[in-house]
Ligand binder design. Structure first.
Ligand SMILES: *Cc1c(COP(=O)(O)O)cnc(C)c1O
Length: 236
């Protein structure tokens, strides 16, 4: 597998989707490196990718222990995003090491992040995860609860809300996916219009390998792509 070709093809597809979209938003690419070795992260980083996504705290920690990665992290030549369900008791290991926690979905979790951040007199950037397909198997708050949830988060002064994240259902139903992405964008613009302190609707994180084109067409400006770049995952 040629990583450079994968990346080139992906950039081309992103441009096509952007040109098909009436939003014309710049799209930030998060390379989802979960289950793949640090060597592949280093190779993609050499090809210019900066932002990587991991969904497990333990795996993220072991990857940033690598001396080359550690050095690049210090110099902002590489960033990690936590994109998976985050247990409250694991916040302490990562809150000051990630660029963005994309999976903020509970007040209890916000409380813990805020406590750690406040002890360090720092701010932690988070996205609010919405369970857009209302699926039992997925984390995230209910779409209908988004406004109330964000309103509650205003109490936590060491958390900056930077946008919304969603994982669409694993479906090939284009009409359904489009409708869900469109709903996400409506909420994104709705929350932005409130002008809450510490709430900036900067990122609308939606779209993965199978649905990023539709997501971009419907307004996504941050996509999280794994298999299209790294190949299939091997969960052994
Ligand atoms: C694994 C994962 C992705 C990437 O999935 P691909 O289908 O491999 O592109 C994106 N977002 C989240 C939250 C993930 O867990």
């Amino acid at each position: 597998m040629n990583l450079e070709d994968n990346l080139k093809r992906l950039y081309e597809d992103i441009e096509i989707a952007k040109s098909n979209s009436h939003f014309k938003r710049d799209v930030k690419l998060i390379a989802v490196s979960k289950t793949h070795p640090v060597e592949m992260i280093k190779n993609f980083n050499k090809l210019g990718l900066i932002d990587f996504g991991e969904n497990k705290v333990q795996e993220l920690l072991s990857k940033i222990e690598d001396s080359e990665i550690e050095e690049k992290l210090k110099n902002n030549k590489i960033n990690f995003h936590l994109i998976g369900n985050l247990q409250t008791n694991k916040v302490k290991y990562i809150y000051d090491k990630v660029e963005l926690i994309q999976s903020l979905d509970r007040i209890k979790l916000a409380k813990e992040i805020n406590k750690r951040a406040s002890n360090d007199d720092m701010k932690v950037n988070c996205l609010v995860q919405i369970n857009i397909g209302n699926e039992d198997t997925k984390s995230g708050i209910k779409y209908e609860d988004t406004e109330d949830f964000i309103y509650e988060l205003l109490d936590y002064e060491n958390i900056n809300i930077k946008g919304l994240m969603a994982i669409a259902p694993n479906s090939t139903d284009e009409t359904l996916l489009r409708k869900l992405f469109e709903k996400m964008n409506i909420m994104f613009e709705n929350i932005a219009s409130k002008n809450y302190e510490r709430v900036e609707m900067k990122y609308l994180s939606m779209g993965m390998s199978h649905d990023f084109k539709l997501a971009i067409e419907e307004g996504s400006n941050m996509i999280r792509v794994g298999s299209k770049l790294f190949g299939n995952r091997n969960y052994n």
